[in-house]
Design a protein around this ligand. Sequence first.
Ligand code: T4K
Length: 369
Amino acid sequence: MDNQQITVTSPLLPDLDELNVMLKEIWDSKWVTNNGKFHRQLEKELAEYLKVPYISLFTNGTLPLITALQALRITGEVITTPYSFVATTHSLWWNGIKPVFVDIDPSNCGLDPNKIEAAITPKTTAIMPVHCYGKPCDIKGIQEVADKYGLKVIYDAAHAFGVDVDGESILRAGDMSTLSFHATKVYNTLEGGALVTHNEQTKKRIDYLKNFGFAGETEVVAPGINSKVDEVRAAYGILNLRQVDKAIEARHQVAIRYREALRNVEGITFFDDMEGVRHNYSYFPIFIDAEKFGMTRDELYLKLKENNILGRRYFYPLISEFSTYRGLPSSAKENLPNATKIANEVICLPMHHELSEEDVERIINVIKT
Ligand code: T4K
């Protein structure tokens, strides 16, 4: 059998000829950045596609997190999940905010709302949950706690592009949501990201903040950052938006096949689709019970690797275990039993729009034998 390398993901790329036509237009116009024509077009098209009123483009998925915290003037302590990419917690640190880790609900890998209350102190000002793998958090439960204590909610929705719950975009939850358009995501602009807001004034303020704080030619209203998206990436993003639905459907087919093949394998569990949710199949995590499966997660990870299949252990280690954060009181393992267990059991299997049936069968075969 062909032993070509299979990576965990592969970027969705626009047609090069179509991109070249747009590049020519950019070259001819000599307008290459600072809220150009394609930038404005992409913001408009994304807002429509995602069914959100306001969206601001950013150069990656980390800066909208940092900026959301600034826009809402969040200070003190923020409750967040240890089970995510490290950028989630870093955004707090960049704002001088103390992260307070709370355990996850293993049924969705998101913050467990029942455990948030016990972590609230007089210094708590917000909650930063993550829709991990694009799987919706318990939005209602989290909002109830937030409302009771007057806390803001900023969702890191880096994985949740195009995810809807009961026909409504998941990005409408909380006070703000952020997206990542990194090359490894369902929808990408090479590097890129966005911040979704619910009203015009907030969008205006976000746009000041991502442009050094400029509110007009001579006025600076905040110590903003530079996170402006150039025309080349905006053009690339416009073309990718036209093919993202097809890519999501291709991922869906891969998920169907994985589930069919792995459903009765003892010691392996995975997520099924949730009723009323439009999923984006951004990741396909499986969880290994070593005793029942007869092999540890790491043994399977290495076995896949030996067979040139590069699954990834997202999200191991937990953010709370990195040297930067492990000294925090909330990083104690006893505080995070579910996250600790899941981080030791997870492998994300290869999942992208270009995986062939043969690739998927090869992966399944290695797992089953
Ligand atoms: N919040 C959450 C919850 C996030 O997951 C992330 C990012 C962020 C915030 C921050 O958003 P950004 O600032 O990154 O926009 C990747 C990504 O770099 C990162 O964006 C992502 N999360 C994280 C979960 O994964 P790595 O270090 O695992 O990626 P890397 O380079 O090992 O790539 C994985 C595989 O993808 C490669 O084996 C092959 C394939 N690949 C990758 C790249 C970059 C390609 O085929 N082509 C490529 O150009 O971090």
